[in-house]
Design a protein around this ligand. Structure first.
Ligand code: ADP
Length: 598
């Protein structure tokens, strides 16, 4: 169940990350292009204004020339006498001169029927003289008495030009028309230079959407939109582009002639292939032209992959950072929970251990007590003897006293009574020693006299020592020494060791028990017997609980309890076999502060 949930979770996180990445990339893509367009659009607008101003400036120079020329009476006269060759030749030369000075392409004179009767190109192979231009709108306009303007490809010269015409009027009657043709190629060349410098392309189309002027050779005299047969026919009839059939430029998406979309982006085929352009349009109403500044958008895409990569990296970094911090938080929460749980368990276990410890302590106390009673049990015969002896003496003294009193021997009886009292005191003293030894220790730790404690322990074991005919050699320091701890406990240890020695010496005839106390940096109690000693293999075992070789009621607890007692007093207990035979127990205890002072 768990792995399935985490798999589903992982899948949904991956899906969210993927969607987030796609959204980031889409937004970055959109933002990058928007920023790019926002940067290039104002520049394109400026370039458009610059181009329009340039064309206006270029054409305006020629606009007034026909008007000025029309005022020359020589022209009206020539129109009136068109058969006067001398006069025509004169005008031809006049036109040629004006053409040179103004840098116009051609200047020519049409009669009222539209026939060219004089022209600046009178000597050229494509001379206009004799041609009829009545089909040209500039003729129609001027013959109606107005300034005419028109652009077209010359039918004779096959060059593109912009035409300005003006009527020659005499006495209210239009005698003919003067026409000035401006070569578009020159203007185009300069505009192309401008466009190349500004890193854009330029196209100028007319109302028929046919490109008349372009910075790109392959765009020239191509239609921005596919032409219907009707439109094609109309263009052909007008002879604006001489006898050319106009083909359409490959523009994708199809060119929007209504200019309805805000940002006009088109893929347009050109000399070097196909490219996407931003079309910035402006209209020259008088010339009837649409000027297109076409800015290539390819540079905008050049830095796009890097920007996208950067955005993706930032997104992934942020995403990973977020995931990491969420995971960390979750882990910390989990760790906190585990910690709390652990703390609770530790508390529970501590409580359990505490109660187990209390129980253990109780059990240990019971054991200590049991071990003590065992020792007392093993000594009971000699203790009995120790008590019975004064009791028997008491009895005989009492009987004797009775007899003395009957004989009225008061003084002797008094003497006997004092002996009885001292015997009773001695009994009380013996019983008090046992009472003190067998009572449960209260664990009172304080400075105690080692001499007293050893004396009391000997009181308990002495009857058995006497009974077993053991020689006791006691060697104590001159100054009494003390130890820090529980007196009853140390007593128990001493009684244990001495009792064990007494038991061991039962196997030998020569029985000597040596107890010596010395004090240097530690307090040392040495208890040596003349028994058979401890078997080497049992040296350490004898301190283990329940290890016993005793055939009697030994529990095997005496030494293990003794070691625990001595260790609780920060001391040590060890055993070794003496060189002359017998076991030698050594107890080392820290010095009591009182001893130091002493
Ligand atoms: P217990 O006296 O009930 O056997 P202890 O723990 O007091 O238990 O002693 C363990 C064993 O150590 C004894 O049974 C005995 O084999 C050995 N032991 C103790 N003291 C001496 C000694 N002085 N000489 C030889 N063996 C000893």
């Amino acid at each position: 169940m768990q792995p399935q949930v985490s798999l589903r979770k992982r899948l949904s996180i991956s899906l969210i990350m993927l969607l987030g990445l796609c959204a980031t990339l889409a937004t970055t893509y959109w933002y990058h292009l928007e920023q790019g367009f926002a940067r290039i659009q104002p520049l394109a607008n400026r370039q458009l204004t610059e181009v329009i101003n340039f064309i206006d400036g270029a054409l305006i120079r020629y606009e007034s020339i026909p008007h000025v020329l029309s005022t020359n009476p020589m022209l009206a006269s020539a129109l009136a006498h068109s058969d006067n060759l001398e006069e025509i030749r004169h005008i031809n030369r006049y036109f040629e001169e004006i053409q040179h000075v103004t840098e116009a392409s051609d200047i020519y004179l049409l009669n009222s029927h539209g026939d060219a009767i004089a022209a600046s190109n009178w000597q050229k192979s494509y001379s206009f003289i004799g041609q009829n231009y009545a089909f040209r709108p500039y003729y129609t306009e001027a013959i109606a008495g107005r300034l005419g303007s028109y652009y077209a490809v010359g039918t004779s010269s096959d060059t593109r030009g912009f035409y300005f015409s003006y009527p020659i009027v005499e006495k209210g009657k239009v005698l003919g028309i003067i026409v000035v043709k401006v070569d578009i190629a020159d203007i185009e060349e300069q505009l192309t230079g401008l466009a190349k410098a500004g890193q854009y392309e330029l196209a100028i189309s007319g109302l028929d959407h046919v490109i008349f002027l372009a910075s790109m050779d392959s765009w020239r005299l191509k239609s921005l939109t596919p032409l219907t047969d009707e439109a094609q026919n109309e263009i052909y009839q007008s002879r604006r582009y001489a006898n050319r059939i106009i083909s359409a430029l490959s523009v994708k998406p199809p060119y929007d002639i209504t200019h309805s979309n805000n940002r006009a982006l088109y893929h347009i085929a050109h000399d070097d292939g196909r490219e996407e352009f931003l079309d910035t349009r402006g209209t020259m109403i008088k010339a009837g032209w649409d000027v297109h500044v076409l800015t290539p958008v390819k540079p905008l895409y050049a830095s796009l992959p890097l920007t996208l990569l950067l955005a993706a990296s930032v997104f992934l970094l942020l995403g990973l950072g977020l995931m990491f911090s969420l995971e960390r938080r979750k882990n910390m929460r989990r760790m906190q929970q585990a910690h709390n749980l652990l703390e609770m368990r530790v508390k529970e276990r501590t409580q359990e251990l505490e109660s187990a410890n209390i129980k253990l302590q109780e059990t240990q106390d019971e054991l200590v007590q049991a071990a003590k009673l065992t020792v007392i049990g093993s000594l009971s015969a000699s203790i009995n003897h120790e008590i019975n002896q004064p009791l028997a003496a008491l009895r005989s003294y009492a009987q004797n006293t009775q007899t003395l009193l009957q004989r009225d021997m008061q003084d002797k009886a008094k003497e006997n009574l004092s002996t009885i009292i001292s015997l009773a005191d001695r009994l009380a003293e013996i019983v008090a020693q046992f009472k003190s030894f067998t009572r449960k220790s209260q664990g009172q730790e304080k400075a105690n006299s080692l001499n007293d404690t050893l004396g009391e322990a000997l009181t308990i074991v002495n009857p058995e020592i006497v009974k077993q005919h053991i020689e006791l050699r006691l060697s104590l320091p001159e100054q009494p020494v003390s130890f820090f701890g529980d007196k009853v406990r140390l007593q128990q240890v001493l009684v244990n060791i001495i009792s064990n020695a007494i038991v061991a010496m039962q196997q030998v005839d020569y029985r000597l028990l040596t107890i010596s106390v010395t004090q240097s940096d530690k307090l040392q109690i040495q208890i040596k017997d003349s028994g058979p000693g401890v078997h080497e293999s049992q040296m350490e075992k004898i301190f283990e609980p329940y290890f016993t070789t005793s055939q009697r009621q030994g529990l095997g607890l005496g030494l293990s309890i003794s070691r625990r007692i001595i260790e609780s007093m920060n001391g040590t207990i060890s055993v070794a076999n003496a060189a002359e035979g017998g076991a030698e127990f050594v107890i080392l205890l820290p010095l009591c502060p009182e001893n130091n002072q002493g």
